[in-house]
Ligand binder design. Structure first.
Ligand code: PEP
Length: 255
């Protein structure tokens, strides 16, 4: 039985006052929800104050990106030890915006995943095809290549979460159907089993991301290989994020 994980990727949103209000709302709402893990990933400047806001609650803190080196002359970058120092337990690696807007390739992302897990944090490793790739029938191949870029037996399975995020569904309002999501998740799980074995992989969480909203969260969460969500736009409003968390909790409770 996998505990669902609902993760919020705030992207480049929220001032300090706005962030405090958002986390305050989430904090109040998650108190009554059990059996779902909750992660918030604010931008870098908010990590330290948000660490204080979530301290002593069940909300975990993650970063949206990281540099692969522990320190050095890398202007504008932040390292894994720095993230651990402020209380992050998770780091999103390979989000489609990092791949497609900032040009991060598979080799770079492999180094980032490695740096994250070597420091004892959990990597939320994102994979997903573009619309052109889907229309060309290449979805499975693209996802398989992205997995094999960064996932090997050297990456401990208990420090890994995979997020399937079709690029065409991110921030577009076009969600993959539950069937489309399940198809790719059911493709990913045996690929991970090739690396880790079946029993270990049965415990590994594969999140869906791409325009998850309160209205579609339950149908997505009901899919057998969908173990939660990586949420962008809808995580910026406490009520919407909480509704997605509740949808995952009620599906979990019903199974
Ligand atoms: C994301 O940023 O990972 C994401 C899935 O965004 P949205 O939910 O807005 O599509």
């Amino acid at each position: 039985m996998r505990t669902p994980l609902i993760a919020g990727n705030w992207k480049m949103h929220k001032t300090l006052a706005e962030a405090r209000a958002l986390v305050g709302g989430i904090r109040a709402g998650v108190e009554g929800v059990s059996a779902v893990d909750v992660l918030v990933c604010p931008p870098f400047q908010l990590l330290l104050p948000m660490a204080k806001e979530v301290a002593g609650t069940r909300i975990m803190l993650g970063a949206q990106n990281v540099h692969e080196e522990p320190k050095g002359a890398f202007t504008g970058e932040v390292s894994v030890p720095m993230l651990a120092d402020v209380g992050c337990t998770h780091v999103i690696v390979g989000h489609s915006e990092r791949r497609h807007v900032f040009g991060e390739d598979g080799q770079r992302l492999a180094r980032k995943v490695r740096a994250v897990v070597d420091a004892g944090l959990t990597a939320v490793y994102c994979v997903g095809e573009t619309l052109d790739e889907r229309e060309a029938g290449r979805t499975h191949q693209v996802v398989e290549d992205q997995l094999s870029d960064a996932i090997s037996a050297e990456i401990p399975a208990n420090k890994l979460v995979v997020a399937y995020e079709p690029v065409w569904a991110i921030g577009t309002g076009k969600t993959a159907t539950p069937g489309q999501a399940q198809d790719v998740h059911a493709f990913i799980r045996p690929k991970l089993a090739d690396v880790y074995g079946r029993d270990t992989t049965d415990a590994l969480r594969i999140l869906y991301g791409g325009s998850v909203k309160p209205g579609n969260a339950a149908d997505l969460a009901a899919q057998p290989d969908v173990d939660g969500a990586l949420v962008g736009g809808a995580c910026l409003v406490a009520g919407d994020f909480l509704a997605i968390i509740s949808a995952a909790a009620s599906v979990g409770a019903a199974t």
